[in-house]
Design a protein around this ligand. Structure first.
Ligand code: 6R9
Length: 664
């Protein structure tokens, strides 16, 4: 998939269209075919060359030590300071006046923070943390909305060798407490409150509740944001504006080992207890920097980059903080929701700052579709030149809409597959090279190796880095068959679980089990099919929930769909679909359901026809926007609905159940 091809136009099936980059884009692109050639010739040498993107206080003696697999050591013996790489060296290079962060507050306030400003702020915070007695190796919990101080805190931790652990500010006190306890955090950094759709919601209160009786927590540092009243524990609580703001803006960064832990980030697994994913310094920064530069075609000093993720998720860590800042980027950081004060907010921001690279999630693209194209159409989005997608497979309809309506038909879309565990992008198009297919993440990046395998560890179809001449369309499990620099180094406090979760399935082969289904198409392009527990088996046919969802969304009346496999006595699993209609739709009843079922049969084949289709007002989603199919499966299998504590909006399940009992 590395050569642009003639556009293959198909009126009916958007996934069958191919979008090669324009010659103009290719001519100016950061990444050319030489990257793959270099990686194929010498993978470790390739990564050593990428690591030269960074400033090293001391060089490494060995690129990769895999002798203690599955715990990798990258750039063995090398020493660097991550914050120095993200801040100081840009100032030293004479770019101190460049804006690092165009921060846009939800109520409409804004701040432009230059690299010099950032250096002073990070140094102040580092001096304060040191005064509080924190030393390299200590953990700091960060429970903050999207304010600049959150990024400053992360970088101050990196500067001192403190390990940060961000907890998304939408999580409950209980969730925060379990993470603070697990990581044994000494400091919790938070704000008084956070803006949410024009209202100030308290945040410090939640921290008070969470850390009550937590022996490990010595201090709570509070940034004033909403002027919300807070209760105060003398001796423990400190205001940012009374401490950090008065600290010295001078601080010299010390180098740390390449394998020094940079952060722990909790992510949910198949069991109840979240896993603290450990990332270290040199390899992580190398791969986030490399991917941000090449996948987004980022041009230092020229682009205005915007990743809409929250810093509480891995996308915010790698593609708001470490990747972009290591590359000296100028970026937009927006505090609020996309419909505050109205649905024009993102497009207003793009116009205001001249955003050139926009990276978001499919769920948001589908929300924009639901709101209608007249909203983005009312804006000048001509500054945009690269669009990105992450978090779940993007269905071809959403891809096409994103391409046409937001990208004006001219912007490459990079559909980036990766995970909290992988630390950085693994599978994605390179925008100047890859001819993209809507809905496919296309190919492993140069330097990355993956395979699609079956239960018995047979390698299916074309393997990564190969020519893509796969032949058959085969489906299986995605594995990563070679270590990569930004790979997780373990699960905090539970290395057995680390081995069990990711490395036991293909222990003999030494492959990392990603937990995602995938297939190659006949051209060797990789299609991610969702988590393997979301891949259904109907009468012996493997059918992806994503494929059925895409088919439903391609019906003009459907805005969003979620599909689950419900156990079925005859077919193993039966497909049950939940659909949200587009605004203004009034169709209902048996005839409408039949029309949708037939539509799916037409798009994929009769075997993919849902057994049942339920029209619902909303879908249950986690705070990071992932559909909680487990809950839908409970409804589909007539069970009592399970644990809803990680839902963004707990009332959704009630409104779904209510809607279902009402006549169609
Ligand atoms: C970065 C992030 C990881 C899971 C992953 C997969 C899904 C992410 C995707 C994608 C298809 C993409 N996923 N990006 N599936 N295409 N471009 O989202 O990390 O929150 O840990 O989720 O998300 O299922 O396994 P994380």
């Amino acid at each position: 998939m590395t050569t642009p091809s003639e556009p293959l136009q198909s009126e009916t099936d958007p996934a069958a269209r191919v979008f090669p980059p324009s010659p103009e884009f290719t001519a100016q692109a950061n990444a050319g075919p030489e990257l793959q050639t270099a990686a194929d010739a010498d993978r470790e040498g390739f990564w050593a060359a990428q690591a030269q993107r960074l400033h090293w206080h001391e060089p490494w003696t060995e690129v990769l030590d895999w002798s203690e697999a599955p715990v990798a050591k990258w750039f063995v013996g090398g020493k660097l300071n991550v914050a120095h790489n993200c801040v100081d060296r840009h100032v030293e290079a004479g770019n101190g006046d460049r804006v690092a962060i165009h921060w846009e507050g939800e109520p409409g306030d804004s701040r432009a923070i230059t690299y010099s400003d950032l250096l002073a702020e990070v140094s102040r915070a580092a001096n304060t943390f040191t005064e509080l007695g924190l030393v390299s190796g200590d953990r700091v919990a960060v429970y903050m909305p999207m304010v600049p101080e959150a990024i400053v805190t992360m970088l101050a931790c990196a500067r001192l060798g403190l390990t940060h652990s961000l907890v998304f500010a939408g999580f409950s006190a209980t969730a925060l407490r379990s993470r603070v306890d697990d990581a044994q955090a000494k400091l919790v950094v938070t704000t008084d409150g956070q803006w949410r759709r024009g209202k100030a919601a308290p945040l410090k209160d939640t921290v008070d509740e969470a850390v009550d009786g937590a022996a490990c927590v010595e201090h709570v540092l509070v940034v004033r944001r909403t002027e919300t009243d807070v209760s105060w524990t003398e001796g423990r609580d400190l205001w940012w504006h009374e401490t950090v703001a008065h600290a010295s803006p001078e601080h010299t960064a010390q180098p740390f080992d390449a394998e020094h832990p940079l952060f722990v980030l909790y992510t949910s697994g198949t069991t109840g207890k979240p896993k603290g994913i450990i990332h270290t310094s040199g390899g992580y920064l190398t791969q986030t920097s490399y991917t941000h530069h090449n996948v987004f075609d980022h041009k230092e000093g020229r682009d205005v980059y915007w990743c809409t993720a929250d810093i509480g998720w891995v996308t915010g860590h790698s593609y708001i903080v470490y990747g972009p800042l290591s590359n000296g980027a100028t970026q937009v950081v927006y505090e609020g929701t996309p419909n505050s004060p109205d649905e024009h907010r993102h497009w207003n921001i793009i116009e205001k700052y001249g955003v050139t690279i926009y990276y978001t999630a499919p769920t948001l693209v589908r929300t924009f579709m639901k709101w209608g194209r007249e909203i983005p159409d009312a804006h000048d989005l001509s500054s945009l030149r690269v669009l990105g997608s992450v978090g779940e497979p993007i269905n071809p309809e959403a891809w096409t809409w994103y391409h046409e309506v937001i990208g004006g038909g001219r912007c490459p879309i990079v559909d980036t597959w990766w995970q909290t565990e992988t630390g950085a992008i693994m599978i994605a198009p390179l925008p100047g090279i890859t001819a993209c297919k809507p809905g496919s993440a296309m190919a492993t990046l140069p330097g990355i190796s993956a395979a699609i395998v079956d239960e018995e560890a047979n390698v299916l179809g074309a393997s990564s880095g190969g020519s893509g001449a796969g032949g058959d369309t085969v489906q299986g499990y995605l594995v990563l068959d070679q270590p990569w620099p930004s790979m997780l180094r373990g699960i905090w406090g539970d290395m057995d679980r680390f081995r069990e979760t990711y490395w036991s399935r293909y222990a003999e082969q030494g492959w990392y089990f990603a937990g995602d289904g995938a297939k190659y198409d006949e051209d060797g392009a990789i299609w991610l099919l969702g988590r393997v527990d979301d891949v259904m088996n109907v009468s012996g046919h493997r059918i992806s929930t994503t494929e059925v969802e895409s088919a439903l969304v391609s019906h003009p009346s459907v805005a969003e769909a979620a599909v689950v496999g419900a156990s079925d006595a005859t077919t193993g699993q039966g497909i049950v679909a939940f659909v949200i209609q587009r605004g203004g739709q009034t169709q209902s009843g048996e005839a409408y359901i039949t029309e949708l079922r037939d539509h799916v049969a037409k798009e994929i084949g009769p075997i993919a026809k849902p057994r049942q289709i339920l029209v619902v007002p909303e879908l249950p989603k986690t705070r990071s926007g992932k559909i909680m199919r487990r809950l839908l499966r409970d409804i589909a299998e007539n069970r009592e609905v399970g644990d809803t504590s990680t839902l963004a909006d707990a009332a959704v399940m009630q409104s779904i159940s209510k809607g279902l009992s009402a006549p169609a």
